[in-house]
Design a protein around this ligand. Structure first.
Ligand code: GYE
Length: 322
């Protein structure tokens, strides 16, 4: 974990120290009470999301002094706002949100503020006034897009290349920022975007949308930018069914670095994968405890992400945690 996260090593050590002496609501000092946290998760769209949910559940455990109220919003913004309302009504001690979309948060966050309930963002950023939340813990989506785009520029940028893009959930921070980062990195190259549509970060939609691209553009597609592993994995089925060879006829760059994504890379189906670390739970739990204890926290904690080519994926797979 230390390898992935910048500037929070000390905070993690504090969290570990706390773990040792808190359980079932009583501590060595006898004073700490169970912290009730409402967590509004996006849903269960991807392998990344499954790893993130597990990391959060592990960190917000009873042993660590928490009672976790977990909600998965099925990637519907209105479900998520309703979940946050319900957390406020239940009088939780803190609210953690992995926002489906960046917009629409001001009213409910103002309500939380009026109720004196601190809000901590994990994973996805939002557009609301920063005074409405205490902190954000997540990955640098724009940089991920830049890294993916820089690979594409270096590999294919000097020959005429036709790209299709599978976008994440429309209006989500990673979909917006990855597109911006990728676009800036391929600027001035010979890579042209034939089409770009949402696949909602899921395998099923990645497959369906790629089928549509193949019907429309056939063999003229040379490059696929999948904004997450799952959509790229879904697209593999569509590409193979169309009689084309992924990784050769159509080069594929994806983002996340899940075990399944790195396996596809190691097998030559993908060509490059940029990492996005989902194991944020421990840091989020530390920040929540610090905020409740009235300690000063940073406004943003950014995970450090790497990237993989085929050999690096093969080397990383045996010890990959998600
Ligand atoms: O890339 C995708 C997931 O918000 C960074 O959401 C996250 C993204 C991740 O569904 O797989």
């Amino acid at each position: 974990m230390k390898k992935f996260l910048v500037g929070i090593a000390v905070a993690s050590a504090v969290a570990l120290a706390l773990t040792g002496c808190s359980g079932s609501g009583s501590t060595a000092g006898g004073s700490a009470k169970v912290i009730t946290v409402g967590f509004a998760q996006t849903g269960s769209e991807s392998g990344w999301r499954a790893a993130n949910t597990q990391s959060m559940k592990d960190a917000f455990s009873t042993e660590n002094g928490f009672k976790l109220i977990f909600n998965a919003a099925d990637n519907k913004p209105e479900n998520q706002i309703a979940a946050v309302h319900s957390f406020i009504n239940q009088g939780v001690d803190a609210i953690v949100i992995a926002a489906v979309v960046t917009t629409g948060w001001d009213d409910v966050l103002k309500e939380a503020k009026d109720a004196n309930i601190p809000v901590i963002l994990e994973d996805r950023t939002i557009d609301a006034d920063p005074s409405l939340y205490a902190s954000w813990i997540g990955d640098d989506f724009k940089q991920e897009g830049v890294t993916a785009g820089a690979w594409a520029a270096k590999t294919l940028g000097t020959t005429a290349t036709s790209m299709v893009v599978l976008e994440g959930t429309t209006g989500s921070a990673p979909a917006i920022d990855r597109a911006t980062g990728f676009g800036s990195a391929i600027k001035g190259t010979q890579i042209k975007t034939l089409d770009s549509q949402t696949g909602n970060f899921t395998r099923a939609d990645g497959k369906t949308v790629m089928e549509g691209f193949l019907q429309k553009y056939g063999k003229s597609i040379n490059l696929l930018f999948a904004q997450n592993d799952d959509m790229g994995l879904g697209a593999l089925d569509a590409i193979k069914s169309a009689g084309l060879t992924p990784g050769k006829d159509i080069q594929i760059v994806a983002i996340d670095g899940t075990k399944d994504g790195l396996t596809a890379l190691s097998q030559g189906d993908f060509n490059y994968v940029v990492e996005c670390n989902p194991l944020l739970g421990e840091q989020v739990a530390t920040v929540v405890k610090d905020v409740i204890a009235g300690k000063k926290v940073d406004k943003a904690y950014t995970a450090k992400d790497g990237a993989f080519d085929k050999d690096q994926a093969t080397a990383a797979l045996p010890t990959r945690k998600y």
